[in-house]
Ligand binder design. Structure first.
Ligand code: 13P
Length: 255
């Protein structure tokens, strides 16, 4: 099974005009379909990860789509103030969770071993994990990208056995929110390495590797045209519904 995905990661933001406008006025008018089944089929590769506080609203407006969490607890339940469990996320309609985003690593000290614990929780609950990895600008400039990614992958995925589809988001830290990106062919080669490494250290049925970091309407197609780029994780450009839909349509064209 394969799960290409174009995901909107709103982070701790909401679309400027509000969620209803984002879905109904900005995104939907461009989509010439009304029937629920057709909508479900059209949107089957689109995921939205809003702030948790807005999951229910989004679920009502985007019932035909794919919702996700930006993070989950590494615990299942109990006295863990501030945490939200995987089971709670599922109850809210989430079918995937972003894990180990570089902002979680930078601002909350999340390590590869914590990401691994969260990965195991996702797999036990059959939530699709969207595991973020990526190198710093120093690593990139000194040619250490693949070494850094290999360390991250080994610490997170070694000996993992699963039939749940795995999504890995390659997000170079220096590309997030900066307007700078590696070239699409560079990303393509890196994704091939990521797939090879995970296949060699874990027993997983399907891996999809998506790219994140300054994806926008202008550059999205060049990424999607590459054979090892199975989608995108989009921050800033996803807050505008029209832009996000344009990027999604570019993706559909290259399938
Ligand atoms: P930008 O698309 O704003 O660079 O953010 C990327 C990202 O961090 C998605 O998770």
């Amino acid at each position: 099974m394969s799960q290409p995905l174009v995901i909107a990661n709103w982070k701790m933001n909401l679309p400027l005009g509000g969620i209803q406008d984002w879905i109904q006025d900005e995104m939907m008018p461009n989509v010439d379909i009304v029937d629920f089944d057709k909508k479900s089929s059209y949107f089957k590769f689109m995921g939205i990860a809003p702030p948790i506080s807005h999951l229910s609203e989004l679920k009502n407006l985007f019932s035909f789509g794919f919702l996700g969490a930006q993070d989950i607890s590494k615990y299942n339940d109990g006295a863990k103030t501030g945490d939200i469990s995987a089971a709670m996320m599922i109850e809210k309609g989430c079918s995937f969770s972003i894990l180990g985003h570089s902002e979680r690593r930078e601002f909350y000290g999340e390590t590869n071993s914590i990401v691994r614990e969260k990965l195991k929780i996702c797999l036990a609950k059959e939530i699709i994990p969207v595991v973020c990895i990526g190198e710093s600008i120093e690593d990139y400039n000194t040619g250490k990208t693949l070494d850094t990614l290999e360390i991250q992958l080994k610490e997170i995925f070694s000996s993992i056995i699963t039939q749940t589809v795995i999504v890995i988001a390659y997000e170079p830290v220096w590309a997030i929110g900066t307007g700078n990106t590696p070239s699409s062919s560079e990303v393509n080669n890196i994704h091939q390495h990521i797939k090879d490494i995970v296949q060699s250290i874990a027993n997983v049925e399907a891996i999809n590797v998506i790219y994140g970091g300054s994806v926008n309407c202008e550059n999205a197609k060049s990424f999607f045209q590459q054979s090892n780029i199975d989608g995108a994780l989009i921050g800033g450009a996803s807050l505008d519904g029209k832009n996000f839909l344009n990027i999604y349509n570019d993706f559909l064209e290259t399938l």
